[in-house]
Ligand binder design. Structure first.
Ligand code: SF4
Length: 319
């Protein structure tokens, strides 16, 4: 995958033009639910990344070209294959993009580096930040996110809280359960997360769970349990919308011309394996249609299938 990908239909951001501003699968965490595969690298910060980062000019040029080819983009989103705030010139890249477009810029981050002044400033220059916070206490943080040595959840949460005073924040809480790693859904852990959210005061909380197969033995949290946690958070955090990550609305399908749908399916599958239901939700088209496209792509040898916990996932075949 290059620096720019998509636009991909995102469950939270509509049609999102993705920017992957780091050289390879590099992150400050090693989350038990990560879907990036085993080839990823864990670092403390950009100083430990040996490969060159894409420059602000390269990123801006890529965005400019993509905007020229796609009429409808809801967000330009820094995300990609690892932690985007590792790019030490993220703020400069945001500034360069702003020189030629008004399309809002979003940042998806694991929050770990927001304690650094340069990263904080870069995040504050975006229109929307989607930081992750999966734990309120250090033990759960270490167990679920497996950060590089030295990261403290209290410092990270304080930095997110400071950021929420200057830019809209949709805080993502990824809830998981696992026999091997334990869960972050028991009463005490949720109480800790609620305390942190109360301090952060995000504009919205998105409760999410791993709907696609991670490498590790981790299970999604059932819908009823997610709903109970949502209700508990709503009662404890009046005034903060708590949303179970919404499924894509059908109206988005109008944005996708028929001939683009196969390409969109391939793009989505290049980022993560999906079931036909995931694709139906993402694309906003009916399951029978999705089935037709999948059959055609499989026949053309472009996608493969694999079973995981009684569900069938589609993947892009390596060239
Ligand atoms: S923060 Fe994201 S990219 Fe990094 S390990 Fe966790 S899930 Fe993977």
């Amino acid at each position: 995958m290059g620096i720019i990908y998509g636009p991909v239909p995102s469950r939270r951001l509509g049609m999102s033009l993705g920017i992957d501003p780091i050289p390879r699968l590099t992150c400050t965490f090693d989350c038990v639910y990560c879907q990036l595969g085993k080839k990823r690298y864990k670092v403390h910060g950009p100083e430990e990344v040996r490969e060159p980062f894409p420059s602000p000019a390269e990123i801006a040029d890529g965005v400019k070209q993509a905007l020229a080819h796609h009429a409808h983009i809801d967000y330009i989103t820094f995300s990609g294959s690892g932690e985007p705030t590792l790019n030490p010139k993220l703020g400069e890249a945001v500034g360069k993009i702003r020189e030629f477009t008004d399309v809002p810029i979003a940042l998806i981050t694991n929050s770990s580096l927001l304690t650094r002044p340069d990263v904080f400033a870069a995040a504050a220059s975006c229109d929307l930040v989607l930081p992750t916070l999966d734990a309120g206490d250090q033990d759960t943080f270490v167990r679920i996110n497996r950060p590089a040595y030295g990261f403290q959840i209290d410092d990270i949460a304080a930095a997110i809280g400071k950021l929420a005073r200057v830019v809209p924040i949709w805080l993502e809480v990824m809830l998981v359960q696992s026999e091997k790693h334990g869960s972050n859904t028991d009463d005490k852990v949720i109480a800790g997360i609620i305390d942190k959210i109360r301090m952060i005061k995000p504009h919205e909380v998105n409760l999410n769970t791993c709907v696609r197969p991670p490498e590790e033995p981790v299970d999604p949290v059932p819908e009823e349990k997610l709903d109970k946690i949502r209700a508990r958070m709503e009662a404890a955090l009046p005034g903060i919308p708590i949303v179970v990550v919404p499924k894509r609305t059908k109206s988005r399908s109008k944005l996708l011309r028929e001939e683009e749908i196969s390409a969109e399916i391939l793009r989505i599958l290049a980022v993560r394996p999906c079931t036909p239901t995931d694709l139906t939700d993402s694309l906003g088209i009916n399951p029978a249609e999705v089935g037709k496209y999948l059959a055609r792509l499989a026949e053309a040898g472009k996608i493969g299938r694999r079973a995981h916990k009684d569900r069938l996932y589609y993947t892009v075949k390596e060239e």
